[in-house]
Design a protein around this ligand. Structure first.
Ligand code: NAD
Ligand code: DAU
Length: 349
């Protein structure tokens, strides 16, 4: 099978690429990535020489480029992860989200439609999406696959639009599609603009750890390899036309999570307990900050037998260990443009 994975140089994409390259030597895996600030080929150094792996640098907003690679490589399946993924960046500059997440997704759907030309036997377009399309929960309840869409940030609106386009290509043109909507991921290779890696980086460097508002917002955290395993299961065994919610059954208030992380870091760094908690700094809230996300993954668990493989404590310890052992990775991604982003995002808060 010629399998195109988009966004494979990013956080989740790199774990998905590695899992597929290592587990399916009979698949030719093509990783298409524009290498934006979030894409990093260092995430894949261990697979770049494998015979079944090819990297294609390009942009999904470029329809002519997609036409060229689809002609050359005759892809039979696509796992689409490429996206602008950070909510704060979508608030500061929404147009890049419209371009990549909406237009880029439609470009890919159109490339598949042209090249598969109605012969959909053995073909699949798998779209990786987010729980944020469902909006924000109160204190009770969970997002299910039938929860009405209610996106509230430019990021989630762009992902919701992309989900609608994918379903439209299924219903209108008969394209075989699958979708999954996942909760917050964490783990190795996570870009330090997101809460957990940003906090690890700041705690390590003794810098303030910014917590938005009162830190009472709730997220449902899933270890990134467990998301990759869910994608693997849905790709192979999920029902065509269906959506699967993926979550960690692991809800945390931001402030509780950051306090736990501070304690784990104190232990790992040999600091006296309580030292890192002193770095916690409450800052101005995110505009339109969604209060709570929580996912009901029972469909995925019952139909495909998937379950998270690590507890949060295990996953967090593995994550902190990875960042402490990969100082060079962290130093490289936090140099240059990151400094400018950090100043713009946090100095005025
Ligand atoms: P990321 O920002 O770490 O990586 C995105 C990748 O896409 C990068 O490698 C980037 O270079 C590439 N990319 C961006 N624009 C591109 C373009 N125009 N053309 C080609 N490549 C482009 O993102 P992530 O956190 O790994 O998320 C991957 C996917 O999973 C996204 O679709 C996201 O919406 C979804 N998702 C993420 C989470 C999460 O917690 N991170 C949870 C649920 C769903
Ligand atoms: O739910 C899935 C989504 O999770 C994905 O679709 C997104 O791509 C991913 O970025 C993530 O979105 P969040 O906005 O939930 O993640 P983030 O790490 O940016 O923030 C997590 C929580 O922490 C959120 O309530 C905002 C808060 N936060 C974040 C940052 C960066 C802070 O308090 N301080 C911060 O500095």
């Amino acid at each position: 099978m010629n399998l195109l994975i988009t966004g494979g140089a990013g956080f989740i994409g790199s774990h998905v690429v590695r899992l597929f390259v290592e587990s399916y030597p009979n698949y030719n895996i093509f990783n298409l990535d524009a290498l934006t600030y979030a894409g990093n080929l260092q995430n894949l150094v261990d697979v770049e020489e494998k015979a079944n792996y090819t990297f294609l640098k390009g942009d999904i907003t470029d329809a002519a480029f997609l036409e060229k690679i689809f002609s050359e490589h005759k892809f039979e399946a696509v796992i689409h992860l490429a996206a602008e993924s950070h909510v704060d960046r979508s608030i500061a500059g929404p147009m890049a989200f419209v371009a990549t997440n909406v237009l880029g997704t439609v470009n890919l759907l159109e490339a598949c439609r042209r090249h598969w030309a109605g012969d959909y036997a053995g073909k699949l377009f798998y779209h990786v999406s987010t729980d944020e399309v469902y909006g924000s929960l109160g204190e009770e309840g969970l997002f299910t696959e039938s929860t009405a869409y209610d996106p509230r940030s430019p990021y989630s609106a762009s992902k919701a639009a992309s989900d609608h386009f994918v379903r439209a290509w299924h219903h209108t043109y008969g394209m075989p599609v699958k979708l999954s909507n996942c909760s917050n991921n964490y783990g190795p290779n996570h870009f330090p603009e997101k809460l957990i890696p940003l906090a690890i980086h700041n705690i390590k460097s003794g810098k303030p750890v910014p917590v938005y508002g009162k830190g009472e917002n709730v997220r449902d955290w899933l270890y990134v390899l467990d998301h990759a395993r869910a994608i693997e299961a849905i790709f192979h065994r999920g029902k065509v036309g269906d959506t699967y919610n993926v979550g960690g059954v692991n809800e945390w208030r931001n402030i509780d999570l950051i306090e736990l992380l501070c304690d784990v870091m104190d232990e790992k760094l040999g600091r006296e307990q309580g030292t890192s908690r002193k770095l916690i700094t409450f800052v101005k809230d995110r505009a339109g900050h969604d209060a709570r996300y929580a996912i009901d993954s029972s469909k995925l668990m019952k139909e495909l037998g998937w379950a998270p493989s690590v507890t949060f404590e295990q996953g967090l310890a593995k994550t902190v260990d990875w960042y402490l052992q990969n100082e060079q990775w962290l130093a490289e991604v936090t140099s240059g443009h990151y400094q400018q982003y950090y100043a713009q995002q946090y100095e005025a808060r």
